[in-house]
Design a binder for this molecule. Structure first.
Ligand SMILES: [Fe+2]
Ligand SMILES: [Fe+2]
Length: 380
């Protein structure tokens, strides 16, 4: 085991050249095929409720369906430029100094209000585009879980999640098409992560990659966007999507807890490695390299100013917050501490271990249920 850990303990995870060498090779592709390497599993054991927590989640999901066309107020006019101004736009290097970011002497020193405004608009287009692509990843992964998970209660629940994810793809696509000013192709690191998850033949890896890692991060990222956007339509959309996502992460935690309790340390190590590689891909996706490309700025020069991935310890509180759901959920699954705390040590290098004692989503999902709360408030 120790030999296995050593070989995977690579020192290159913060190498910016290596990270940026990975680029999207075909941004114009219309479809993308990935072999999913898994058997479709029938079960003849139809006894419902053998796993009461999953059954409860399934009943909850049936009652919490919403309609992306009619439950959101699409008549709200979104003036992207005005909203960006409302949030606040930098006018030059002195404004960034207030946040401790020194751009004097860099490629961005000459940027004024117009350039920073365009940067914020492109960042929003990019972020919503990645949310959209991630949602399609979830749609495909959950359809795979329906096929591959051996438990009837989990197949039932996963079927509701397929519907949820279709709705999420639908509403993000509509918001991008009708309210924003441009699309981006899938970020190369996010694309590779989705490929890795789908390619793996083991049914629990789909859960670990999608429900725990991607959706755990999405729940935190949507929460931040929900707090900061002044757009009432996007706020409402994110609130409803988060209601579903909290349930999806809970589905992952509840299913994997049972399965991982019976795994050996060697088997758990494979899951720890998978989780850490997923975390690295997600961290790298937030470098937003495609935004700098579109703005005509040297990507490496720009990223060095903001992201500093070559620093050993991540100091960015926003990036850290993205892990606020992932860390307690990995702890609940026993992944932090297996194999002498292998994953705990690696998450510590990312500066995210302060979330270890945050609520795990297996228990807190009800707190996110905005759909039921709105219906009760409306007396429905
Ligand atoms: Fe989703
Ligand atoms: Fe989801």
């Amino acid at each position: 085991m120790s030999e296995q850990i050593e070989t995977s303990d690579r020192g290159d995870v913060n190498d910016l050249d290596a990270i940026l060498a990975i680029t999207n090779t075909d941004v114009d592709e219309a479809v993308h095929a990935v072999r999913d390497n898994a058997d479709a599993i029938f079960t003849w054991d139809y006894e419902k409720g053998k796993r009461p927590a999953l059954n409860k989640l399934y009943e909850k999901a049936k009652g919490a369906q919403w309609n992306g066309e009619t439950d959101l107020d699409w008549s709200i006019d979104v003036d992207q430029e005005a909203l960006v101004e409302q949030v606040g736009v930098a006018n030059g290097p002195e404004d960034l100094m207030a946040f401790g970011i020194d751009i004097y002497g860099t490629v961005l020193e000459g940027w004024g209000h117009a350039e920073w405004k365009e940067h914020q608009i492109q960042t929003q287009n990019w972020s919503l585009s990645q949310f959209l692509h991630g949602e399609q990843g979830a749609l495909v992964c959950t359809a795979k879980i329906v096929e591959t998970v051996p438990w009837i209660d989990a197949k039932y629940y996963a079927a509701t999640q397929v519907m949820d994810e279709a709705r999420h793809v639908e509403v993000f696509a509509k918001y991008l098409d009708t309210k924003l000013s441009g699309h981006y192709p899938i970020n190369t690191h996010l694309g590779l992560l989705l490929d890795d998850i789908i390619t793996d033949s083991r049914w629990d890896m789909t859960y670990l990659g999608m429900q725990i890692m991607v959706e755990g991060l999405a729940l935190a990222a949507f929460g931040m966007a929900h707090q900061t956007t002044p757009d009432p339509l996007l706020k409402q959309l994110l609130r409803y999507v988060m209601s579903d996502e909290a349930r999806h992460v809970a589905f992952g935690v509840l299913s994997l807890k049972e399965f991982y309790d019976d795994l050996s340390e060697a088997e758990l190590f494979e899951r720890q490695e998978f989780a850490f590689e997923a975390a690295m891909r997600m961290r790298n996706r937030f470098l937003q390299q495609e935004v700098w490309e579109r703005l005509g700025v040297d990507v490496k020069d720009a990223i060095k100013i903001f992201a500093k991935p070559d620093e050993v310890k991540n100091q960015d509180p926003f990036q850290q917050l993205l892990f606020s759901k992932i860390v307690p959920n990995c702890k609940k699954l026993g992944l932090l501490d297996a194999n002498d705390g292998w994953l705990r040590k690696r998450f510590d290098t990312l500066g995210v271990m302060q979330f270890e004692f945050a609520d795990n989503t297996g228990e807190e999902y009800l707190a996110f249920d905005a759909v039921t709360a709105d219906r009760e408030a409306a007396g429905a």
